[in-house]
Ligand binder design. Structure first.
Ligand code: ATR
Length: 273
C-alpha cells in the first residue's frame, strides 16, 4: 500500500496518523500513514530515505518546514508565499512537489466549516511568525476589506505586511496601535497561548458580531478564546479545524479525492485530553 508519514520533532502527540486514516476509511482509499521523529540535524537524509523506499508523501511539522521548503524540487504558489512547506508529494515524473496547506486549511475551517465570512470584513491577525506568514495569502484571497497584522515586535509585522501587498493595504503594527480600531474577525497566530499569555488587546477591539479564531487548540479554551468570550465575541473557535483542514488539503493533493472534515473534527475533538 502507498506509504505516507509526518516528520517532526517532537512527534509523539501528532494526531496526523489518526486524521489521515479516518480520511482513508471515509474515502475508501488504501494507504498507510506513520509518524517519524526525525533528529533535528537529519531532515534531508530522512526525507531522501523515505522517498527512496517508495514513500508517496510527507507532512512536515515543527521544526522542519523551512528545510522541507529547501528540499522540494518545485513549489506551489502558496508554498512560496508562505516561505514554508508542510506537505511533500511525489509527482508523476518522480520529482518532489512542496506545498503549504496550513493557510487554506485555516481559511476553509473559518469560511466553509464555521461559516464565518472573511470577504469584505476587517480582519486582524495577531503575531508575525512562521504560522502567520503561512495564512496571509489564503486570507487575502478571500478579499477582506482590511488586513492588519499586529505583533509584539512591530518591525516584524511591518516587514510581513510589506511582503504581502495586495489589492487592499496590508498594515503591520504593534499592539499599541490597535487602540480605537475595531475588527470583524480576529485571528490569534501568536504562540503566546502556549505559555498561557495573552497579547495586550484593547477591550473595544471587537466589532458587533465580531468573531475570534485561535490557531492553537487543546482540551480547554485558550486564554485568547476566554478573552474573546469576555469581550462580546459572537463566535469563538480554536484551531482544531485548521489541523484537520490542512490534513484534508494534503490528502486531496496526494489522493485526488476530497474527504469531509466535520466528522473527523468531531472524532479528534472527543479524544483531546
Ligand atoms: P510560529 O512558527 O508559531 O509562528 P514563531 O515564528 O517563533 O513561531 O512566532 C511566534 C509568534 O508569537 C511571534 O509573532 C511572537 O512575537 P515576537 O515576534 O514579538 O517574538 C509571538 N509571541 C510569542 N510569545 C508571545 C507573547 N507572550 N506575547 C505576545 N506575542 C508572543
Amino acid at each position: 500500500v502507498d506509504q505516507y508519514a509526518v516528520f517532526g520533532n517532537p512527534i509523539e502527540h501528532s494526531r496526523s496518523p489518526d486524521i489521515h486514516h479516518a480520511f482513508a476509511r471515509e474515502t475508501d482509499q488504501s494507504l498507510a500513514y506513520g509518524k517519524q521523529c526525525v533528529p533535528v540535524d537529519d531532515f534531508t537524509q530522512a526525507a531522501v530515505q523515505f522517498f527512496a523506499d517508495g514513500g508517496r508523501g510527507l507532512n512536515i511539522t515543527v521544526p522542519f518546514k523551512l528545510e522541507a521548503y529547501q528540499f522540494a524540487d518545485t513549489l506551489t504558489k502558496r508554498a512560496r508565499q508562505a516561505g514554508a512547506v508542510n506537505t511533500l508529494a511525489v509527482q508523476a515524473d518522480g520529482s518532489i512537489l512542496g506545498d503549504n496547506t496550513d493557510g487554506i486549511g485555516m481559511v476553509s475551517d473559518i469560511v466553509d466549516h464555521l461559516g464565518w465570512s472573511l470577504a469584505g470584513r476587517r480582519v486582524l491577525v495577531l503575531g508575525a511568525g512562521g504560522a502567520v506568514r503561512g495564512v496571509l495569502g489564503p486570507i487575502l484571497a478571500q478579499q477582506p476589506s482590511q488586513l492588519v497584522i499586529a505583533n509584539r515586535t512591530s518591525a516584524k509585522a511591518e516587514a510581513l505586511a510589506k511582503a504581502f501587498t495586495a489589492d487592499i493595504a496590508v498594515v503591520g503594527c504593534g499592539f499599541e496601535r490597535l487602540d480605537g480600531h475595531q475588527f470583524d474577525v480576529v485571528i490569534n497566530g501568536t504562540s503566546a497561548s502556549l505559555a498561557g499569555d495573552l497579547p495586550p488587546l484593547p477591550a473595544t477591539l471587537l466589532a458587533t458580531e465580531g468573531k475570534c479564531y485561535d490557531m492553537m487548540y487543546g482540551a480547554e479554551p485558550t486564554v485568547f478564546m476566554r478573552w474573546a468570550q469576555q469581550h462580546g465575541a459572537a463566535s469563538v473557535s480554536d484551531g482544531l479545524g485548521m489541523l484537520v483542514g490542512q490534513a484534508a488539503e494534503a490528502f486531496a493533493l496526494w489522493r485526488d479525492v476530497r474527504p469531509s472534515v466535520a466528522p473527523v473534527i468531531e472524532v479528534i475533538r472527543a479524544e483531546l485530553t
